[in-house]
Ligand binder design. Structure first.
Ligand SMILES: [Zn+2]
Length: 570
């Protein structure tokens, strides 16, 4: 039998967590057909000598709903070994959507997720109104990775209730219509329903997004529709405004999980922000308690802090201050010249003292960059690598005997790509490790496609392999690969992905375990219409294969787009 592709001489880490072994893999018609010593001819051969051959990574928490329209590669996730993503998380989605609501929906995505409206209006050909039409549109688009999608509650509510969605409780009629849309979406292959109760999720005018106006009985009703079909995952963005709010949220969510029996997912977060934040340990206990009570529940966690990222090319905490505002409109080199001018410098430093003081309000990536408070320089790092060992601006300021703002100005004069990172949640490595070690959490929360100039979560998988496996030796390679492949495939109910076994879809990543690592991100203006975003690539990945076709070789696109829509009923 002739094969389409053979990956030869590699070390197989098959996604199950079992120990590695040397073998070849034979692929035909998008599937793995042979594992062992391959003697058949193949049209294409990848020599994986000295490299690890693993299932393609799966990321269940992304916001690539808009980007899929203009970026066939699926960056930045595709550069980190990711071959499948789930979009439509946290209730945000581009379907269902009436034509007159398109721009408003785009503005909401910009307000919450920092996806520029201009890029969306320029880059999306809105040919759909309903969720099934949206999925059909994604099906037709050229794409190098696979996409599954949740039906987003905020979009659904706006579609059903119009502007009433932003102020009113649903009527019985509204509920019935929304419930019918949930059934319709499940029939078309939605992976489930997503929503958000997060205090940081607001419309462009600062009011709560539509899903937050819903009462819990509306959530009960919609999740019950999934329960009646015995199908679909429920994903929800938690309310972490304070420890008390968080606890109330979790208690109520437990009832949804137990009553419905559907898999429930939410972000487990460690934070020092807000009033009396709920420690991550209580959230882990909650996962076990909910499981004991009969719920099927998963915590989504990252592998690194969730951050606000600043640079001269994107946001700085000082952008809205009088002496800064006009200067920040200038070309970068001119900004750098002004940063060095003693008179201007004094004014820039002086302005900082008038910044909004820090308080107990929980800020997400959005507000932290667009509505910043006076920085805590002991929690603002001048990035020099991706290994979590960078100096704080406060440390540099003491070392150099300079005001922290002067330190930042000098670093930005020296290097226009200098990045400053403010951890927002999951601040310390040990907290992140504690959550990752819990068997009911999933390593998946990149927010890829969102916070395009504020975050760099798309490197979650390469960070896991370089930092936690190679540097810290907290997981074996086999365990870490299982976390981002089989564990996520199981939780997101993708039955034929996440393992390298005959019969499974041929999503494969070939990498060097000694060198795999995310690179430092850079700010590029490569969105439709020229908007900027962070671009982060990785070292050490030799090849990526999606549905049996090679999509990336040494980080370069092959120009092939074999990605598919992951349909929940498929
Ligand atoms: Zn999200």
């Amino acid at each position: 039998m002739g094969l389409d592709l053979a990956i030869k001489n590699g070390t197989i880490v098959d996604g199950s967590g079992g120990p590695r072994y040397r073998a070849d893999i034979g692929i035909q018609d998008g599937k793995i057909v042979e594992v062992g010593r391959i003697h058949s001819n193949a049209n294409e051969v990848i020599d994986a000598e000295g490299k690890v051959v693993a299932p393609g990574f799966i990321d269940g928490h992304t916001h690539m709903d808009a980007q899929v329209a203009w970026d066939p590669s699926g960056s930045c996730s595709c550069w980190h070994g990711v071959t499948s993503v789930v979009m439509g998380n946290c209730g945000f989605a581009l379907a269902p959507c009436r034509p007159e609501q398109q721009e408003w929906l785009a503005r909401c995505l910009e307000a919450v997720e920092d996806i520029p409206t201009d890029a969306m209006m320029a880059g999306i050909n809105w040919t759909w109104e309903t969720f099934p039409q949206y999925l059909d549109n994604v099906e037709k688009l050229p794409k190098a990775i696979n996409y599954g999608a949740f039906l987003g509650h905020s979009a659904l509510r706006m579609y059903t209730m119009g502007d009433r969605a932003l102020t009113e409780i649903a009527t019985e009629d509204d509920l019935k219509q929304m419930g019918d849309s949930v059934s319709e979406a499940l029939g078309a292959g939605a992976l489930g329903l997503s929503t958000s109760r997060a205090s940081t999720h607001v419309t462009p005018d600062g009011s709560p997004i539509a899903s937050r106006i819903a009462d819990w009985s509306e959530i009960d009703y919609l999740v019950d529709v999934m329960a009646r079909h015995n199908r679909g995952i429920f994903q929800i963005g938690p309310d972490v405004a304070s420890g008390a709010a968080h606890k109330t949220f979790l208690d109520r969510l437990q009832k949804v999980a137990v009553d419905s029996g559907r898999p429930v997912m939410f972000g487990t977060l460690s934070t020092r922000q807000g009033v009396d934040p709920l420690p991550w340990q209580s959230q882990m206990q909650y996962l076990d308690d909910t499981a004991d009570a009969g719920g099927r529940i998963f915590g989504q966690t990252t592998t690194r802090p969730i951050i606000a990222l600043f640079s001269v090319k994107s946001y700085l905490p000082f952008d809205n201050l009088p002496a800064w505002r006009e200067l920040r409109e200038l070309p970068i080199q001119e900004q750098q010249q002004r940063f060095a001018d003693p008179g201007i410098r004094r004014a820039l430093v002086a302005d900082e003292s008038g910044m909004k003081p820090r308080d107990n309000t929980f800020q997400g990536g959005g507000a932290a960059t667009t509505d910043p408070k006076k920085p805590d320089y002991t929690n603002l790092y001048a990035l020099k690598g991706v290994d979590w060992d960078d100096p704080t601006v406060d440390e540099l300021s003491r070392m150099r005997g300079q005001h922290p703002v002067e330190v930042m100005l000098d670093l930005m004069i020296e290097n226009e790509d200098q990045l400053f990172v403010q951890p927002l949640v999951n601040e310390t490595p040990e907290d992140v490790l504690g959550m990752l070690l819990h068997p009911r959490t999933l390593a998946t929360f990149s927010d890829s496609g969102a916070h395009v100039c504020q975050e760099m979560g798309s490197s979650l998988q390469t960070h896991l392999l370089s930092y936690w496996v190679r540097n810290r030796k907290m997981f074996t390679l086999e365990e870490a690969v299982r976390m981002v492949t089989f564990d996520n495939a199981s939780a997101f109910e993708l039955p034929d992905r996440g393992l390298l076994r005959p019969g499974y879809r041929a999503d494969v990543v070939v990498f060097d375990e000694a060198t795999i690592k995310p690179r430092l991100p850079t700010v590029e203006s490569d969105l439709p219409g020229g908007s900027r975003r962070l671009v982060q690539k990785a070292d050490g990945i030799a090849a990526t294969v999606v549905n049996g076709t090679t999509t990336l070789l040494d980080g370069e696109s092959t120009g092939c787009y074999p990605g598919e829509v992951l349909r929940g009923n498929g």
